[in-house]
Design a protein around this ligand. Structure first.
Ligand SMILES: [Zn+2]
Length: 430
């Protein structure tokens, strides 16, 4: 391992950085064409894979097949050769993930079901320069030199070395337009152990994050009143148009436009939510050395409210509203952010088992019926105790207590959460 000046070890860190691209309409069309070609390439590759005998399913044969396809099919030529190679690489990785039981088998990509994306696998072709306080320039193959929003110092130009550089990028399109995601690699000294105190965090809907030391992190609605009204209006308009469509009739341009406007507003709300999450988790990771959260299984919490035919669910409308609130808070993403942000600052994240943290008294440890008097108020019914306080605060104190008594799991620092299929092998040997 390399040593830094201070004597601490150095570690390479790989992360992504996403920036908005400023493309003119002609460039947007070129990027769209490339993304469609990349998707078609994937679909052709998948069709070829399913058709040929198993012993011929090799990387070399697949490579030859896509080279031939690029010659035979005119519109595939808009896709840069490197990006076509990247499709091949991703496709093989998808099969590897399937064979290791980390994911389902790869499938065809539908025009409206998949995200539009083009890979730029080689960083040296990008030739990134900062040209203004807020803008950078980047070379995109077969699109040209374009501007992107500069929001973070990137290792480019004279600042780039063999260890600190941009190794590649990916163009991605969402409802708000084309973006570029840079792959950044840096070499940094390992962090000193975090000296901050431990804290327990309870997640909820009325109070998004309640801390065991009494602090809370809250947010308002993501969309303004006007935006909410507009979203509702658009949704009703889309529903109305859809209802009056005859069977087999194509979705009109006008309806597609309404769908795009709805997606734009929803993307705006999502972006504001993730901005709040980033700011909050950064502040928490700066302040505390150990963060303890509940080990929640969100998939169980948002189980379908309708139930089965034999056992129909109760309070279906309320439960689906609650599900929407649970999913809207995106706790899983908060935990992921905390994990890597704490690891970078020398802190740790611990997970405590969830049951009873909201019903148990954090002063005496007893669970007494009826102690949670309202949504916000907790009053202990144990005659010898009688502690009262905020219910979320009480839960957060319980979570911290579980950690202090050694009932919490400490997940490996900085390792991303891998979503796996059932009966899965871990991504790497532990
Ligand atoms: Zn008590």
């Amino acid at each position: 391992m390399l040593r830094s000046v201070s004597g601490r070890g150095l570690e390479t860190r790989q992360f992504g950085h996403r920036a908005r691209l400023a493309l003119n309409p002609a460039e947007v069309l070129k990027a769209d064409d490339q993304a469609h070609a990349a998707r078609t390439m994937w679909n052709l590759l998948h069709a070829w894979w399913q058709m040929i005998p198993k012993e011929k399913q090799t990387l070399a044969n697949a490579d030859a097949a896509i080279r031939q396809a690029r010659q035979d099919i005119d519109f595939l030529a808009v896709l840069p050769a490197q990006a076509a190679q990247a499709v091949l690489k991703t496709y093989f990785q998808a099969w590897r993930n399937c064979w290791d039981a980390r994911a389902d088998a790869p499938n065809f990509k539908g025009r409206f079901r998949c995200a539009m994306a083009v890979d730029v696998p080689q960083g040296r072709d990008l030739n990134i320069r900062r040209v203004h306080r807020r803008w950078g320039m980047v070379n995109l193959p077969k699109i040209g030199r374009v501007r992107f929003r500069w929001t973070k110092d990137l290792p480019v130009g004279k600042g780039a070395t063999r260890e600190n550089r941009i190794t590649g990028a990916r163009l991605v399109k969402d409802a708000l337009g084309w973006h570029i995601a840079f792959r950044v690699q840096t070499l940094e000294p390992q962090p000193e152990p975090h000296q901050g105190p431990p804290v327990g965090i309870d997640v909820g809907i009325t109070v998004p994050l309640a801390l065991s030391d009494g602090g809370t992190y809250e947010h308002g609605e993501w969309l303004t009143r006007q935006e909410q009204a507009r979203l509702l209006d658009l949704e009703q308009r889309a529903a109305g148009r859809k209802k009056h469509r005859k069977p087999g009739e194509r979705t009109s341009r006008r309806l597609h436009h309404t769908y795009d406007q709805i997606a734009g507003l929803r993307a705006k709300a999502k972006r504001r939510a993730s901005d709040w999450q980033h700011k909050t988790t950064t502040r928490i990771a700066d302040t505390y050395g150990v963060v303890v959260v509940e080990a929640l299984t969100i998939t169980n919490m948002v189980k379908s409210p309708r139930g089965t035919v034999e056992q129909p669910g109760r309070n279906v409308a309320q439960k689906s509203g609650l599900n929407r609130s649970i999913s809207g808070e995106a706790w899983g993403r908060t935990v992921t952010m905390l994990t890597y942000k704490l690891a970078r600052r020398g802190g740790t994240l611990a997970k405590a088992p969830a049951p009873n943290t909201s019903r148990c008294c954090s002063a005496c440890g007893f669970t007494t019926p009826g102690s949670r008097e309202t949504q916000a108020l907790f009053v202990c019914k144990n005659p010898d105790c009688g502690w009262s306080g905020n219910a979320d605060h009480n839960a957060a104190r319980n979570i911290l207590h579980l950690y202090r008594t050694g009932h919490a799991l400490v997940p490996a620092a900085g390792r991303a959460v891998v979503r796996r299929a059932r009966r899965a092998k871990p991504a790497t040997a532990r």
